[in-house]
Design a protein around this ligand. Structure first.
Ligand code: AMP
Length: 290
């Protein structure tokens, strides 16, 4: 991409569809001395995503949002095909949030048909969602590494909503020396406590009520350790009971160390409680630092 082709971040939001153009834009911002922020998403944006954009804007001069439903991170029986998409609405929300550029690549532009290099994190991904969704974090790490190489961000903002993902990205950045500062932003919730998620759109009225079981289970875990350390198995059991009482099918209910993501024997302040459960056909996750 020749220099000078891209306007430096200003009033109008650019919509970028190809990797080459994304790199060109990012190089142009950096040449102009601007700090670039990146917020990777799969689209169908909600206030949680926009809070990450606001955080990126506080720290950077030009913020790019990527919207890409990454086929490589979905398992064969997962919801890649029916994952909710609304490009026009997403672009409007990004415009309103002061985003400088939206990167909206087609899958074919991101992966060569014979792509054969992937990024694999080997420790933090062993439990939790990594154990339940084989190959998921290989897809996540690979696409995030690619997005870092395309958007050349100084800062990338991720949500604590995906706690394991954020930990794995931090590890990838450390171990592969990406020159990127990773910021992990808090979980935005609906007024009744449900963590915002693009997948909440799948929930029927009754399921939406039952989905409160996740945040309630986590509140129970926090309560259990409020007075001091508590045997972690009892906390796990208590969380599973709350999920089941809401007619949710438990995928996992765990308490782990925030650093290693290994299960702990005693649940204490600073550990993390995480739940994943099916509400009908929809798999929901949530977590809380105790
Ligand atoms: P997704 O589009 O679901 O892949 O999410 C894109 C980014 O937004 C990830 O870093 C998520 O952790 C983050 N995110 C999703 N939901 C929330 C939420 N409720 N609050 C804050 N961040 C979120």
């Amino acid at each position: 991409m020749s220099s000078g082709q891209w306007a430096v971040s200003g009033e109008t939001m650019l919509v970028i569809k190809t990797p080459g153009e994304m790199q060109g834009w990012a190089q142009e911002q950096r040449r102009a001395g601007l700090r670039v922020g990146l917020v990777p998403t799969m689209g169908y944006l909600h206030a949680g995503h926009l809070s990450l954009v606001a955080e990126a804007r506080r720290r950077c001069d030009a913020v790019a949002v990527s919207i890409f439903v990454n086929p490589v991170q979905f398992g064969p029986n997962e919801d890649f095909e029916k994952y909710p998409r609304d490009e026009a609405r997403d672009l409007e929300l990004c415009r309103g949030a002061g985003v400088a550029a939206v990167f909206l690549p087609a899958p074919a532009a991101m992966y060569a048909p014979d792509a054969s290099v992937f990024v694999v994190e080997e420790r933090l991904e062993r439990g939790l969602c990594g154990a339940r969704r084989p190959g998921h974090f290989r897809g996540v790490c690979t696409v995030v590494a690619k997005l870092f190489n395309l958007a050349l961000p100084d800062v990338a903002v991720f949500g604590q909503k995906d706690f394991q993902q954020a930990a794995i990205i931090c590890r990838m950045v450390r171990d592969l020396n990406f020159p990127v500062e990773v910021v992990v932003a808090p979980i935005l919730r609906e007024p009744d406590g449900l963590a915002m998620s693009s997948r909440n759109v799948y929930l029927s009225g009754d399921e939406r009520q039952r989905a409160l079981g996740l945040s309630r289970a986590l509140a129970g875990a926090a309560e259990a350790v409020a007075a001091g350390p508590s045997p972690a198995d009892a906390v796990r059991l208590r969380m599973a009971e709350v999920l089941e009482r809401h007619a949710l099918r438990v995928d996992y209910a765990e308490v782990v160390s925030a650093e290693t993501l290994e299960p702990v024997a005693q649940a204490s302040r600073g550990d993390v409680a995480l739940v994943a459960a099916y509400c009908g056909k929809t798999r929901l996750i949530d977590n809380r630092v105790l």
